[in-house]
Design a protein around this ligand. Sequence first.
Ligand code: SF4
Length: 462
Amino acid sequence: MEGLGHHCGVAGIFAPKAQNLPELLFYMLFSLQHRGQESCGIAWEEDGSWRSKKDVGMVAPTLSAFAGEHHPSRLGIGHVRYSTAGGSGIANAQPLIVSCNKDRIALGHNGNISNGGLLRSHLTEQGSIFQGTADSELILHLISRSPAQRREVFLSDALAQLEGAFSLVMMHENALIAVRDPSGFRPLYLGFKDDAVFVASETCALHALGPMDYREVEPGELVIVDEDGLHSYRLPHRAPPSKCVFELIYFARPDSEIFGESVHAARTRLGEALAEQDEGNLDADIVVPVPDSGTIPAIGYARRAGIPFDFGLARSHYAGRSFIMPTKGQRELAVRLKLHAVSHVVGGKRVVMIDDSLVRGTTSRIIVGLLREAGAKSVHVRLAAPEIKWPCYYGIDIPDRDQLISNRLEPDDIAREVGADSIRFLTQDRLLKAIGGEGGYCCACFDGKHPFPPKTGRKETA
Ligand code: SF4
């Protein structure tokens, strides 16, 4: 996989008896590192005060000191960030913490508000001051402006004005709050262990703390956990279900459950669907995944097609991310340092190379070249997703349309461009059938049918 930015991940804990919550939040965020690598942070209550630690950078260097310290606490939240809206600097690192007319609030947000530009423009015209550029700050302004005093009412007031994707964790006074937008774009889970309540973007962050019962936060559900227990409310507005299908294809960790579905099982079925699509049309000797994102669909493909599976591409776990290299030559070198074709596996073979999706095509061209250098007789590229042609307004960083190879070329031309003998994308119908999701998933980056078009402010569009 190349060139799609992860988005964000959130975590939260309410414990009736004080525990070392910063340490637990560190473990949870460490498990969510794949959802954002630009900044991270935690906020927690200790002795009645609120404290926080956040910085640009990865979770381990920023927060691992908490594994050796003791901070008795009953309430805390955390966040890992990849900047899909707003910049990547410390001003946009979360949790955001404010003191306002509703008392202290801390917020962590996963998603993008598609009418954020319009709301920000209105608020700015009315005198609001924003510290960062991320649209998450809007939510705090809207909460502060609600005339209501009851917590669930001012939260509903504020959140009803938002369009797009928001899975939120918040601290307010002594309560932990978890909210998922009515379309359910991003996943959000509740965990229960020893009277404590946990919130996490994915179940892998709950399982990092040991076995526990868990359930999904429903689309449109507002959960408040305080000393009186767990209270569930419904946001007042409705929206069509639009779970992000890319969470299952690529973003979520394979050992997680999201949208009530095992990510591993879903990816295996995508591979099987790819094989069914090829049935009777492709003779091959070996199925080779592009690690790591192509591995599980490749297992499904090989099983269904009855073709042997093997690791014909070995991955170095010590190489950095290739897309931050400034020149084409350096990027190519970075891919070569990261992936090595195993000639013992692919030499003289007709190879089916499985990846999750195709963005710009540059990395695939290099990988196909590596397989040929290692002696592959032919290379047939198969993608476990349809062609990406449109932007995402809900929290995924997709390059500009003219950089997406599927907007420039037809599949046969793409095959020529990346040096493959053939290329095929999983069709959207087969994708939805494989995940059992007809009607409930957003597929806008494939078909351009965005559930909420972006709304920007007058000043931004002028
Ligand atoms: S546009 Fe694509 S990446 Fe964005 S939410 Fe929809 S399916 Fe996910």
